[in-house]
Design a protein around this ligand. Structure first.
Ligand SMILES: Nc1ncnc2c1ncn2[C@@H]1O[C@H](COP(=O)(O)OP(=O)(O)OP(=O)(O)O)[C@@H](O)[C@H]1O
Length: 282
């Protein structure tokens, strides 16, 4: 199969548990859990048998209530957490033939720096608040092996302009910026090495509605212009409706439904998804 036909990201049977499990929860296949939690040994089954694909140029939405495992999934994909088991393949890494979870720490750093970008709900997770905005971009470019200061400065300005940070503020620290501006700097930083895949975790949560709308517009614009693939996590189906081509619905660590976003909105199959869709209409 040619590489352009392969999914950009393919995740198979990803499991992540916090705790080692016990006779009660290991044998029960979830039957004796309270949601995702074992009351006997306190193990949390945060992600259970998660499988999905992201195609080139597609935005995949992941929606679910608080605690359903969305952030854990993103943390595993970006190597912020190790998986308990499972596989993931990126078509730009070793032609999509090697499980990235089995790659060495050095290789995982390489994948993070060149093949993925991540935007967090809390900008402190990705931005150095005591660096300038442009210094933050250079930081990511240096991590990927760049050394040419002039080139990095030009790239930083270009990216920050692209996300609507005024050129006269690029040398200011993001700590001085508003929440929406900080998210835009994070997006610029995540895009700096032209990754084929962007992971966005609750990036508009906590922002004012109008700021939220401008960040969502920016994400849409970037996706159209760069044709980059994205996985966007949100507890808000409104955000997913606006951005995602396809959607995965999570509950208690499992995927309970996935399909085209329009299809899920028009004809939700699972009772939890039906509730979510109904809440959009109220
Ligand atoms: N470090 C940890 N140790 C133990 N349990 C954890 C840890 N991190 C997350 N969990 C548990 O894993 C489950 C999934 O959490 P996660 O943060 O992935 O959910 P979420 O869907 O992203 O929720 P939210 O939208 O509130 O962030 C929850 O039950 C949570 O308590």
């Amino acid at each position: 199969m040619e590489s352009y036909e392969q999914p950009v990201l393919s995740v198979r049977h990803l499991n992540k548990q916090y705790g080692s499990g016990c006779v009660n929860c290991r044998a029960s296949r979830g039957g004796r859990l309270i949601k995702n939690y074992c009351p006997v040994c306190s193990t949390v089954y945060a992600c259970r048998d998660i499988s999905f694909e992201v195609q080139a140029g597609e935005i995949l939405g992941v929606v679910g209530e608080s605690g359903s495992g969305k952030s854990t999934l993103m943390q595993c994909l970006y190597f912020d957490q190790s998986v308990s088991s499972g596989e993931a393949y990126i078509n730009s890494y070793k032609s999509g033939r090697e499980n990235i979870f089995m790659a060495s720490t050095q290789q995982q750093r390489y994948i993070r720096n060149l093949m993925m970008g991540k935007v967090y709900q809390n900008p402190v997770m990705s931005l150095k608040m005591n660096f300038s905005a442009i210094g933050n971009i250079a930081d990511k470019l240096i991590a990927a092996g760049n050394r040419n200061v002039r080139e990095m400065e030009a790239r930083g300005k270009e990216l920050l302009e692209h996300v609507n940070i005024p050129v006269y503020r690029v040398k200011e620290a993001p700590g001085n910026f508003s929440g929406g501006m900080q998210q835009r700097v994070q997006i610029a930083k995540a895009l700096s090495n032209n990754p084929p895949l962007l992971l966005l975790d609750e990036v508009t949560t906590g922002l004012d509605l109008s700021v939220q709308a401008s960040v969502l517009d920016l994400i849409k614009k970037i996706q159209r212009q760069l044709q980059i693939s994205m996985v966007i996590v949100s507890h808000d189906l409104g955000v997913i409706r606006m951005l995602a081509d396809r959607t995965v619905v999570m509950l208690d660590g499992r995927i309970i439904e996935q399909g085209l976003t329009d299809q899920i909105l028009e004809d939700p199959q699972h009772s939890y998804t039906q509730q979510l869709v109904q809440s959009l209409l109220i």
